[in-house]
Design a binder for this molecule. Sequence first.
Ligand SMILES: Cc1ncc(COP(=O)(O)O)c(C=O)c1O
Length: 452
Amino acid sequence: MPTTEEIIGQDLAHLWHPFTQMKLWPGEPPLVIERAEGNWLIDSEGQRYFDGVSSLWVTVHGHNHPDINRAIREQLAKLDHSTLLGLTHPGAARLAAELVRITPAGLDKVFYSESGSTAVEIALKIAFQYWQQAGQPEKTGFVSLEGAYHGDTIGAVSVGGMELFHEVYGPLLFPVYRLPQPHCLRCRLELSYPYCDLACAQVLGSILRERGEQIAALIVEPRVQGADGIIVQPEGYLTRLADICRENDVLFIADEVATGFGRTGKMFACELEDVQPDLMALGKGLTGGVLPLAATLASQKIFEAFLGEFDEFKTFFHGHTYTGNPLACAAALANLDLMKTNQVVAGSALAIGKLRFGLSHIAEMEHVIQVRQQGLMAGIELVADKKNGTPYEPGLRMGHQVIMAAREHGVIIRPLGDTIVLMPPLSSSLEEIDHLLSTMERAIRQVTEGGP
Ligand SMILES: Cc1ncc(COP(=O)(O)O)c(C=O)c1O
């Protein structure tokens, strides 16, 4: 076995980490995560940490769940990989049927890929090509939200709206119409909910009334814009967007990559407002957080626009080498079985309530301007001056300091700027939620108030 120092040496010499300023990386030698048990990660020195970020928002039943592991092993004994180009396999077919069954009504077909970004990319391409083949080829534009995050491939970045991540790629991106971010704390329209009558959603109506014939689709993260800091949309916002899309014959794409599979308290966030999208992107929790698999679901009507004789070339010319990998499908099926058998979504209500109660105390802290929560997704936003809402200087990296302090106390989390994100696994016990909350309070106090 290599020593911790040897692993870190190889890492520092050769590894380029995602979303990481590599100049600073050697200054904070990384934890080497070697094992996991349930909701806990264990490093190479045997230290245990609660996985408060669900290993980047994916873990549903905890790590190394025996049922998911067994399903993968059994699949491995039969078929490791086979392509879906020209062939099929039992797991891909069964999982497609299961996804159609559990997602909102009107989604009938499943197209697999490997990451949330590719699921979104596929949704955008399908929406574009749909209109080309449905007799309205001028409908080529997209509408998305300020502060949106849909992944890192170029199409997903085009509809993304996080300047920090996306601005540099400007010349490579296609233009997109943007809606003001539905963020009531800092309303771009300087209105207040509910008296605003969701004016930020009505902007979509104005755009579509003027240019609807040129717009293919709206894409939105339903209910929660995750990566911009867990921005929870006001009640009714999603329904309003869906209604406006329907009235104007524009497709509604729900990016449920982060919110899907019970994360928001419902199986899918669209259920919170009974919204039925035309296209839906899924990823992250689809395999319970074990293997990379993503899916784009489409309505029958969209699918039919791609049907034709061979030489009409209406085919969706898209597909990845590992599309619908049998091991990943087996993991996803085991995940969905577990979710059903253990009633995981309904069962998460207690943990959600506990989190809400604990966060209401954290919201009172001197440097916490807002806590935002939907289900088991939460953001704690830190500011230098709560009264005036003055943020900290970015160079202070307060969010980063807080997560490093939390690590010392046995919790792994990640910040988004100065918003601390809490994303515990759905399988978290009430004691584990308690540990997460008390550690957060302690770490925030330590960093922002110089407490113990
Ligand atoms: C809403 C949303 N869409 C898409 C993605 C991209 O997923 P992936 O990182 O698997 O490509 C993410 C990732 O966080 C996401 O939150």
